[in-house]
Design a protein around this ligand. Structure first.
Ligand code: PNS
Length: 164
């Protein structure tokens, strides 16, 4: 039975940012259980290996007992059914996010109407942050301390510096 109280926050999290963490923390104020699920897409490798993204998320969310970190392959709605979760949450930073998010929510609704997608507005102080901005700035040796959680700043900076 799909549990409406259980929510999944899916994404690439390559790597997790302060914007993601803000949304995860706020989701724990609304839902009793929050599963953060990293897409493992064999067709799109990304910068951080999926296992490392999961490890970074777990470290950044260590203070949040309601949060579980996982990864998934394939369709999000299939994963939702596997973990019996009824709600997908996604963050909206700006109008530019809307079109793709709207499309994704509608596709997911079409194939699995029992699953709801809910959107949370990114807190304004994080609206400009994205994983790609973190990779770009950090990759050129720039300061990313205000972009990523302090607990994983060293891990991310070191990995980005190594790749330079
Ligand atoms: O952080 P991202 O890259 O914006 O996350 C996108 C994600 C992982 C939520 C989305 O690509 C996804 O759910 N992929 C799984 C495949 C799927 O279910 N596709 C159908 C919806 S269009």
């Amino acid at each position: 039975m799909i549990q409406k109280g259980v929510c999944v926050y899916p994404g690439s999290f390559d790597p997790v940012t302060n914007g993601h963490l803000d949304l995860i923390e706020r989701a724990t104020q609304v839902f009793p259980r929050v599963i953060v699920a990293v897409l493992n897409n064999p067709g799109k490798q990304g910068f951080f290996p999926v296992e490392e993204r999961v490890r970074l998320l777990a470290k950044a969310c260590a203070h949040l007992p309601k949060v579980e970190i996982d990864s998934f392959q394939g369709l999000l709605v299939d994963y939702m059914k596997k973990v019996n979760a009824g709600i997908v949450i996604r963050g909206l930073r700006a109008v530019t996010d809307f079109e793709s998010e709207f499309l994704m929510a509608q596709v997911n609704h079409q194939i699995s109407p029992e699953i709801e997608t809910l959107f949370m507005m990114t807190s304004p102080q994080f609206a400009y942050i994205s994983s790609s901005v973190v990779r770009e700035i950090g990759g050129f040796g720039g300061e990313i301390a205000s972009f990523v959680p302090g607990s994983i700043l060293e891990d991310i900076s070191t990995a980005l510096k190594k790749a330079r």
